[in-house]
Design a protein. Structure first.
Length: 128
């Protein structure tokens, strides 16, 4: 009986420790804390996406995220920062091209503004 209580307690501790790790993994490989769900919530609100656009934009972002993971694996090991930056620019351009097929011109402008805001948040403030 004592062993089963101890085993149960051990399992509960392991589950409690795994929960934060799962939450961290859900933020995605992007490293700055936005999961796909967070992105979709923000984009749906900012761009006033209709239901059809929500489905298509999510599909595009999922596909592009997978492509990014696969293509960056080869570049990461090389240590070539310029190659990585070039690849990221290409991937962003591909994403924008695909999104432009789904979004209106006005929505694309709002999307670009949204990206610029995200980029500003990631940059550390300049010290004087």
């Amino acid at each position: 009986m004592r062993k089963s209580i101890g085993a149960f307690a051990l399992v509960m501790v392991a589950l409690a420790a795994a929960a934060p790790l799962e939450a961290q993994a859900q933020r995605g490989a992007r490293g700055f804390g936005m999961s796909l769900d967070d992105q979709m919530t923000a984009l749906t609100e900012r761009l006033t996406l209709d239901e059809e656009q929500v489905v298509k934009v999510r599909e595009i972002l999922e596909t592009q995220a997978e492509s990014r993971r696969e293509r960056l694996q080869g570049v990461r090991g090389s240590g070539d920062r310029n190659a990585m930056m070039q690849l990221m620019q290409e991937l962003q351009q591909e994403t924008e091209t695909r999104l432009a097929e789904v979004l209106s011109d006005e929505q694309m402008e709002k999307y670009r503004e949204y990206l610029a805001e995200l980029q500003q948040r990631r940059r550390p403030p300049l010290s004087l």
